[in-house]
Design a protein around this ligand. Structure first.
Ligand code: HSE
Length: 433
């Protein structure tokens, strides 16, 4: 199998080095030698010793070379990377990518292109880095009706939340460290605003439920507004705040949402710290399964890329189309479940209100919640030195439709005794059903 690597940054460089270092074992597993014949990148990577391997700065020329069978795309983004991948597929090359934005946003078109050119487009590394979660759902859980997938799928965000909780570090300071370690996206707002997680969740949802990729319908909320106070309060109540991607099949459609979430500290997901990723799948036959490991980083992501190269190499000398369909379901068998708007999603809530310290406030808030069919689970009031005459109230609620909560919050916010915007964080219990 003759390979070209396009993009020799953190992930491309890791792929290059692991392919060379473990060449014998990889060839034994693949049933054929995997030879890197060319590398193209905007600039060389000093961590990679090219020896006699050809280096070019022309990405498309390298991706379409006659002597290349498989192209590894590790550029990232949806512009140049899309041109390279399309050119490679049209030239009859298999493509392996770590590019979640590309698959989530353009995947439907690219898979069609791969099928019509009788080649494979593989993307294990696009979700949860080194954790083989796509293969696990698509192949390992093929017997099951999947009910939900919930995951911590952005290492940078999880690293930030963990450091804020454990060490009281400032948001910006932790983000800089994640960038230096090569975990963060080129544009780190993708990490902290949940866009990267929404890309990955879109892919997981399609593989779990056999639906076309629908990134535009994902609901996305980031972690930049999470305050150290809420992190501390959540902990006092026995929860951790995690930035979760959740996709669930309901009778009405598919939930597809990324947002900060309170998770009971007894749940395994609550214990996933630092840059690690974890994806929990709830399915009818096997029940709950959890996939855990490094979700970012050079060689961890290379591990998934090379697993895809091995799969393709095994199938290459047979019939590539006889293999596993890209989304696990045959293209003509894809389902048509609609994606639900966030207003239709049911969730429990943590609410934080900054209220005037005066009689009757609690009664008014409770009345508004009751009028919107919202059942209160607990109420706590905290002393807060910084605000004279104002007091934070924390309410935990039972499950309710988001649209009821939206209306209730609007009314509460209109009260003259409420002194700041209401902070609302969804709560998930993940009790096995
Ligand atoms: N920026 C991503 C993360 C890299 O932090 O998880 C892996 O996709």
């Amino acid at each position: 199998m003759r390979v070209a690597i396009i993009g020799l940054g953190t992930v491309g460089g890791g792929t290059f080095n692991v392919l060379k270092r473990n060449a014998r074992d990889i060839a034994a597993r693949a049933g054929s030698e995997i030879e890197i014949v060319a590398v193209a990148s905007r600039r060389p990577n000093p961590a990679c010793e090219l020896d006699s391997i050809e280096f070019d700065t022309d990405l498309i020329r390298t991706a379409t070379r006659q002597d290349v069978d498989l192209v590894v795309e590790t550029l990232g983004g949806t512009s140049v990377a899309a041109d390279v991948v399309k050119a490679a597929l049209q030239a009859g090359k298999h493509v392996v990518t770590a590019n979640k934005a590309l698959i989530a946003e353009l995947g439907n078109e690219l898979f069609e292109m791969a099928t019509s050119n009788k080649v494979t487009l593989a993307f294990e590394a696009a979700v949860a880095g080194g954790v083989p979660v796509i293969k696990s759902i698509r192949e390992g859980l093929a017997a099951n009706r999947i009910k939900s997938v919930a995951g911590i799928i952005n290492g940078t965000g999880n690293f930030i939340l963990t450091e804020m909780r454990d060490k009281g570090r400032a948001f910006e300071d932790v983000l800089k460290e994640a960038q230096a370690l090569g975990y963060a996206e080129a544009d780190p707002t993708f990490d902290v605003e949940g866009i990267d997680a929404a890309h990955k969740l879109t892919i997981l949802s399609s593989v779990a439920f056999g639906i076309p990729l629908q990134f535009k319908s994902a609901y996305t909320e980031g972690i930049s507004a999470i305050s150290p106070f809420d992190v501390k309060m959540a902990e006092e109540f026995g929860y951790r705040i995690k930035h979760l991607g959740i996709t669930r099949l309901t009778g009405q459609g598919v939930e597809l949402r990324v947002h900060p979430t309170l998770v009971p500290e007894s749940q395994l997901l609550a214990k996933v710290d630092g840059v690690m990723n974890a994806v929990m799948v709830e399915s009818d036959a096997v029940g709950q399964t959890l996939f855990y490991g490094p979700g970012a980083g050079s060689e961890a992501t290379a591990s998934s890329i090379i697993a895809d190269i091995v799969d393709i190499t095994r199938a290459h000398y047979q019939d590539a189309l006889s293999g596993v369909p890209a989304l696990g379901y045959s293209e003509e068998e894809l389902n048509e479940h609609p994606i639900l708007p966030i207003e239709a999603v049911n969730s429990a809530y943590y609410l934080r209100l900054l209220a005037k310290d005066t009689p009757g406030v609690l009664a008014r808030v409770a009345a508004i919640l009751s009028e919107h069919s919202i059942n209160i689970e607990s109420i706590t009031q905290k002393e807060w030195q910084e605000h004279d005459g104002a007091v934070p109230m924390i309410l935990m609620t039972h499950q309710v439709a988001e649209r009821n909560m939206d209306h209730a919050i609007d009314v509460i916010q209109g009260l003259d005794v409420i002194l700041a915007p209401v902070v609302r964080i969804r709560v998930e219990y993940f009790t096995a059903s």
